[in-house]
Structure formats: C-alpha cells, structure tokens
Design a protein around this ligand. Structure first.
Ligand SMILES: C[S@@+](CC[C@H](N)C(=O)[O-])C[C@H]1O[C@@H](n2cnc3c(N)ncnc32)[C@H](O)[C@@H]1O
Length: 423
C-alpha cells in the first residue's frame, strides 16, 4: 500500500497567473479561477504518469484540464455553464493552423470595418428578450453595435476550423474591451461608461495572441481532452467507470455568487442564452450555491439530513435571521440554500466514486464563507467530513491562501481538501 503524501509546497499563494503561464489560459478566464501553478503543484506532486486521466468536474474556464493537457495527461472537464464549457473546449483544442486563423481573422476584420463604415442604418441591437437578460448598462449601444457587426461577419464568412477560436476571442473582447462590467469578485456595472470601443482592433489583437500561443504548442505530445456540458452531480453517467487517476477542481462555494451573471453578457452575445427559459434551464443544472438558483422542487437537502454539522449550520443561519429580523425572500432562503449546496456536494462525491481508479488522489479547492448573515461556513471542513462519510480518505486540508472578507472584516481561508479513493 502506498503511503500518503505530504502536501506539496504551494509555489505561490496568489491568484494571479504567472507571466509564463498566460499562454492559452488567458484566452478567456474567470477573474477568480485558481492559477495554473496550483494545479501543476498538485499534479506534479501526486504519483501520476503521462497519459493518465485527470478530471475536473467543475472545470469553469479550464485551468485544470488545460494544465493537464500541457503536462501530457489525458483530461476530462465538465461544466454546467454553456459559456464556460465552450471556453474550456476551445482552449484545449489546438488544432487550428495559427497562420490560417490569423489570415481568416484579418479578412473578417476587414469585412467588419467596411460594413461599419457603410452602414447608414440604426445601430444593431439584440432581440428584446435576449437584451432583457443582460445586467442593465453592461454594454453601451455603440460597442454593442460594433460587436454585433463583427459577429455577423464572423458567421457569414464562417470557417469551421477557426470559428470557435474566433468566437472565444470575441467573448473576451466584449467583456474586457467593450463592456462596462467590472469584477471584484462579483460582477457589477461601472459608473464610468465606455461609450465607444475599437472592438474589431481589440479582437484582432486577441486573435494574434491566440495564434502566437498555438504556435508554441504545435509540437507538444498531447493526449485526448474531452469537455462535457453537464451536471457534475451525476458524474457517473458522463465518464467511463474506473477511468480517472486524479481529480483537481474547484466547485462553487456557498457564497451567493451566480455564475450565470458572471458570464451573462458574453453568453447572450454568443447565443448561449436567448430566453428566460434558457437561463432557468442553465441555473437548474448548477449546484445550489446562491439564493437566485433555488427552485421549489429542489431536494438535494435530502442527502444531508444525517450530517449534524450541516444541519446545525443551517439552524444557526436561520436563528441569526430571526434574531436580526431579516424577512426578505432571499434571506429566508439562506438556510435552505446551505443545505441544498452541501446536499449537491454529497451527490457529486457519491456518484464520483465509480469512475475513480483505486488510489486516485483528489484536490477540492474551496473557501470558507460568511455571506449568510456573517455565520461562518467552514466549507473545506464540511466537504472533508462528507467525503470521509462516503469512504474517501482525508489526506489533509492545505491552506492555499486567505482572503479578506469585507462583510466580517476577517481573513477567510481558501483551502485544498486533499482526498484519496482507495477503491
Ligand atoms: C469556481 S468555478 C471553477 C473555476 C475553474 N477552476 C476555472 O479554471 O475557471 C465553479 C464552476 O462550477 C460550475 N458549476 C456549478 N454547478 C455545476 C454543476 N452542477 N456541474 C458542473 N459544473 C457546475 C460553474 O459553472 C463554474 O464554472
């Protein structure tokens, strides 16, 4: 039997991507994604061989699977958010010829420029229902018009070899260069509005960076990489049994963050969300980590009825609400969403077992929270407790970094819960 490993030395407890890691990771990224070097520290530390399979069941914008692919592993990613799924899939597809991509993008940019100059009609707009999904003022009319013109040219001149990469570059451009959004860590709308932007120029620069990154990885020996748009609470229906050698992931935390809001603008502009019902479908696939995606028939809480720590945490939140006389609909859901969240984690870890190889290591990056009336949620500890009850071995809980909470004015821990599945 193999001895358990000491934790790796985390090379840099910072959220920022190291300069040398920017390649591809930067094509499109959540602001608070964990950095590539954290993934690398753990994958290098565990006893893994090239070609073995790494899974990220909450892959977001793909930090784990991209790093796994760069390091010569087979990789699987799953995400319930269509935009994140698309970003992960595209970032791990290195098939486009870099010169071909650049040449095609230059033709599209020229066409967009001409169309913009000759267009005497009113500004392009989104269909009313799609527009209603956006955060108010998240993009000003002229940058939106320019982004829609560029998208129109991209689709008219579509070349399937390059389209996903060109659209991903458009997603990044819309958010970073054309929008009024600011991230910190929740998404908000800046009071200082960007009334105009060189959308096509910024997009072409992003394509140039992409082409440069693609040139650097053309000769790397790589294994297959699959990304699935699905719900990780039923992970056993998505991945082959007994096939995963290691998991490194960061599920949502119980902290009111709504991943459909964080990605709303680009999801709408790229047509991943067109209607309110698309939005609801997307939210229903998510772990219940915020009160805006709780539904009447949700029943993940049935899985944590025997977990005293979760039940007493939910009671503490509800008691605090009553004591503070908080009566809004959202506040009344705080205790329920906490139970649903950990119930969803139980379902995920329960269904995960059959796809793991005996001896598989797992790293779950989670943060303590205090979003619900300042009641401290020790997310890492509870995840560890749940995992142990399901037969996982707890290797350790490593401190990754601390974060200052503006609500409690305390430092909250962000940790890597390291587990092992002995089979
Ligand atoms: C903390 S983020 C992951 C960030 C990721 N490490 C990265 O590199 O971008 C959590 C992700 O979980 C996804 N998610 C939430 N509920 C899910 C579910 N039930 N199944 C799969 N993914 C889910 C969200 O869409 C979000 O992308």
């Amino acid at each position: 039997m193999q001895a358990l490993l000491e934790p790796p030395i985390i090379s840099n407890p910072s959220n920022r991507l190291l300069l040398e890691d920017r390649g591809i990771h930067d094509w499109y990224r959540f602001v608070l994604s964990f950095p590539a070097h954290l993934v690398r520290d753990y994958l290098n530390h565990w006893d893994l061989r090239a070609g073995q399979t790494i899974l990220d069941p909450f892959c977001g914008t793909g930090s784990t699977i991209l790093e796994a692919k760069k390091l010569g592993f087979r990789a699987f990613g799953v995400d319930a958010n269509a935009m994140a799924y698309f970003a992960s899939r595209t970032k791990t597809d290195w098939s486009p010829d870099p010169n071909g991509l650049l040449q095609h993008a230059q033709l599209v940019a020229q066409a967009a420029k001409t169309l913009l100059e000759t267009n005497n009609q009113s500004y392009r707009e989104l269909p009313a229902e799609a527009q209603s999904l956006l955060l108010t003022d998240s993009i000003s009319p002229l940058p939106l018009h320019k982004a829609l013109i560029l998208k129109e040219c991209l689709l008219e001149m579509r070349d399937e070899r390059f389209l996903p990469h060109e659209l991903l570059a458009l997603a990044k451009t819309i958010v970073a260069d054309a929008s009024n959004l600011r991230f910190g860590p929740e998404v908000g709308v800046s009071t200082k509005k960007k009334l105009d932007a060189d959308v096509t120029g910024a997009w072409l620069n992003n394509i140039k960076d992409m082409a440069g990154d693609l040139r650097l990885v053309q000769d790397l020996k790589t294994y297959e990489c699959h990304v699935i748009h699905a719900d990780a609470r039923v992970i056993d229906s998505l991945v082959e049994p007994n096939s995963v050698h290691a998991v490194f992931t960061s599920p949502p935390y119980p902290n009111e963050k709504d991943y459909t809001r964080t990605t709303r603008l680009e999801s709408v502009l790229l047509d991943f969300l067109k209607t309110k019902s698309d939005l609801k479908d997307q939210k229903q696939r998510f772990l219940r980590s915020n009160t805006r995606n709780v539904y009447k028939n949700d029943d993940d809480d049935q899985w944590i009825q025997n977990f005293d720590s979760v039940m007493s945490l939910a009671s503490a939140i509800e008691n605090r609400r009553i004591e503070l006389e908080k009566t809004s609909g959202f506040e009344k859901l705080y205790a329920r969403v906490t139970k649903l969240y950990f119930g969803g984690i139980v379902r995920h870890l329960m269904t995960l077992r059959s796809i793991l190889r005996p001896g598989a290591y797992l790293g779950y990056v989670v943060g303590d929270q205090a979003s619900y009336l300042r009641v401290l949620i020790r997310t890492g500890q509870i995840v560890a407790e749940i995992a142990q009850s399901l037969g996982y071995e707890l290797v350790g809980i490593d401190l990754f970094r601390t974060r200052f909470s503006t609500t409690t004015r305390e430092l909250l821990r962000e940790e890597v819960v390291v587990l092992r599945w002995r089979g």
